[in-house]
Design a protein around this ligand. Structure first.
Ligand SMILES: [Zn+2]
Ligand SMILES: [Zn+2]
Length: 281
């Protein structure tokens, strides 16, 4: 199993310990580190080209792109989405089997014509449309365990039965055109939440996607801004199970996209462990 780490654009407090915190992982023979931004070079020098506006427009309107430019966060948003798109392409081409994508700005609140909640572009959605267009890929699944509802992802794929989206959040249960919302109580134990996710594995198994995306937010962990009572260990347990699901149904094609969560200490300890799991520790 070859694992790609996509680290295109990072700033801010929560990821301040990276990439140093990946020591021991980056040295592994089956781990490939894709970086675009080197602090020693001018900020404009990137090793990897960002996705083009044509690719962005596969999902987002020109008006949205212009609004994002006005926020001053365009570059970070672009490189965050770029990480997910490049991960998907490299998995499809067989260069790597799975990936972890560091993002400066998340995914799932960004829709066709709207954005919010720290999400500007929807990387998973852009990656899916890119795989479809470039490689003729057909069926995709996204599991979302960020504490909040992925309104952007839901809207983008609302009319698209070939994308299974299962969102676990506090919104009521709903199922429509392979878009599924599963309500999670406001307080849960690790075991309760794991049970809820496991009870929905059958959906992914039955759907038979060619690649599995995991919108991984850790904001639901105790002490973070979406606290629903989870301990840090929950995320590692879930990562192990999702990796197994991907191995069974889609030849291990699995992309973990970092979403919500603000605690720096959790990022520092959880992310290396999680990459350890997907890279076969
Ligand atoms: Zn969230
Ligand atoms: Zn939801």
């Amino acid at each position: 199993m070859r694992t790609g780490i996509f680290y295109y654009y990072q700033k801010g407090e929560r990821l301040r310990d990276f990439p140093q915190a990946l020591k021991g992982i980056l040295e592994k023979e089956n781990v490939f580190f894709y970086d675009a931004f080197y602090p020693s070079k001018p900020p404009s020098s990137f090793e990897v080209d960002p996705i083009s506006s044509e690719i962005l427009h596969q999902v987002h309107s020109q008006e949205l792109v212009e609004e994002v430019i006005q926020t001053g966060n365009f570059e970070g948003a672009l490189f965050s989405a770029t990480g997910t798109v490049r991960a998907a392409e490299k998995i499809w081409m067989g260069e790597i089997n799975n990936a972890f994508v560091f993002t400066g700005y998340g995914d799932h609140h960004a829709g066709t014509i709207f954005f919010g909640g720290g999400c500007y572009f929807n990387g998973a959605a852009i990656a899916i449309r890119t795989l479809r267009k470039r490689f003729g890929a057909k069926r995709f699944a996204i599991l979302d365990t960020d504490a909040h509802h992925g309104d952007g992802t839901w809207e983008i794929f609302e009319a698209d039965p070939d994308v299974l989206y299962v969102c676990f959040c506090s919104d009521p249960n709903l199922e429509k055109n392979n878009k599924v919302n599963i309500q999670v109580p406001h307080r849960v134990t690790d075991e309760e939440y794991l049970g809820i996710v496991r009870n929905n594995f059958f959906r992914v198994m039955a759907f038979q996607p060619e690649i599995l995306f995991w919108n991984w937010g850790y904001d639901g962990t105790q002490g973070d801004y979406g606290d629903i009572g989870l301990t840090p260990h929950f995320h590692i347990l879930l990562a192990k199970e999702l990796k197994e699901v991907a191995n069974k149904i889609c030849r291990g094609r699995f992309i973990v996209v970092l979403c919500g969560g603000s605690r720096r200490d959790l990022a520092r300890t959880l992310i290396p462990k999680l990459i350890g799991v997907i890279s076969g520790e």
